[in-house]
Design a protein around this ligand. Structure first.
Ligand code: SAM
Length: 250
């Protein structure tokens, strides 16, 4: 999968993407990242990409021309063009999957200043996407977050595909609580069921915990969760505090 990043700060890439799974994907060219600087598509001696907003107001806006010309320079077929914006469609795991299923090349326009001229959004961009209800100073971190999320979903990047299907937010569920060695850390014990060796019981416990955790922490996800329709298992206790509950009594 190829990612084209339009940014006035190309030196920030690949940044954190150089580490871990995405770093490996870059090395073996499962993903490729190319940066394009809109300043290379300006003609004035200051290479200016911003200007004051018509009608007045605070700050500067990214001008349309360098962004249009930068995307047009990418040639045909044109990549799917995403504008990073706090006003965009909320990015989530479902949208990530649909990107990976549909596109092998995506361009990200990283805004700066007060954002971009509206004609970029209405006439150049295929989708504007937000990574959350907060305002960053630029789209670069948002682009990195999306690229890392998409990279994990490319077949072969995550060694064990099972870890993807049971990951938080797949099927609108949060993952069940997990524990590793030691069995007892400072009196905080791992729930007995996980040490039982009974895999049917462990699966049942994990499903219950996953549903309970989603219901208590993300009721918005829980209400649209298809699993609710087949209420197979009643909800037991909140696994979030199991460590505390299992604390050895003195
Ligand atoms: N003035 C703009 C507004 O009120 O909508 C915010 C501009 S923000 C300071 C500068 C750039 O950061 C945006 O153009 C966008 O590219 C990026 N950005 C900020 N928050 C973002 C978010 N939550 N998701 C995606 N991109 C974001």
């Amino acid at each position: 999968m190829r990612f084209d990043v339009v940014t006035i700060f190309p030196e920030t890439f690949p940044g954190v993407l150089e580490s871990g799974l995405s770093g490996q994907a870059l090395i073996n060219r499962t993903i490729e990242i190319y940066c394009h600087n809109p300043r290379d598509f300006t003609s004035d001696k200051h290479r200016s990409v911003d200007d004051a907003p018509f009608g007045g107001g605070a700050g500067m806006l990214m001008k349309p021309a360098p962004l249009f010309e930068c995307i047009e320079h990418m040639g045909q077929p044109r990549p799917f063009v995403v504008l990073l914006s706090p006003q965009g469609i909320p990015f989530n795991q479902k949208l990530a999957r649909s990107f990976v299923d549909q596109y092998d090349r995506i361009a990200f326009i990283c805004g700066r200043y007060e954002g971009v001229d509206e004609r970029v959004r209405t006439n150049l961009v295929d989708m504007d996407v937000s990574i959350g209800d907060f305002v960053l100073s630029g789209g670069e971190i948002a682009a990195m977050a999306i690229i890392e999320t998409l990279t994990r979903l490319i077949p072969g990047v995550v060694g064990n595909q099972e870890s993807l299907t049971h990951e938080s937010l797949e099927n609108n569920l949060l993952k069940y609580p997990q524990y590793t060695r030691p069995r007892n850390y400072r009196g905080l014990k791992v729930p007995d069921v996980l040490l039982s060796g009974n895999h049917a019981l462990i699966d049942k416990w994990r499903q219950e915990q996953s549903r309970l955790r989603t219901q208590t922490r993300r009721p918005d996800l829980f209400t649209c969760n298809q699993m609710n329709k087949n209420d197979k298992y009643p909800i037991a206790s909140d696994g979030a505090n199991d460590g505390e509950k299992n604390k050895e009594s003195e």
